[in-house]
Ligand binder design. Structure first.
Ligand SMILES: [Zn+2]
Length: 70
């Protein structure tokens, strides 16, 4: 008797940057070295510097994950 290994779903990690000036938020893929309060890229709206305000993981939307056990 053996057990099926549960599929591990790895969450995709995102980094959210927020503009200090206009509060424009930008979500992008997490890059190594990112951390909260780190200076991010330039704002696409006002070109001011953005700051990383959140790093979080999101699980991909499950594609009809129904067990097919007969
Ligand atoms: Zn801005």
């Amino acid at each position: 008797m053996w057990f099926k290994k549960k599929k591990k779903t790895t969450p995709t990690v995102y980094t959210e940057e927020i503009c200090q000036k206009c509060s424009e938020k930008k979500k992008r893929n997490f890059e190594e070295g990112d951390y909260i309060y780190r200076i991010g890229s330039n704002c696409k709206k006002c070109s001011d510097l953005t700051m990383i305000n959140a790093i979080y993981g999101e699980y991909p939307i499950e594609k009809q994950k129904q067990s097919q056990e007969l």
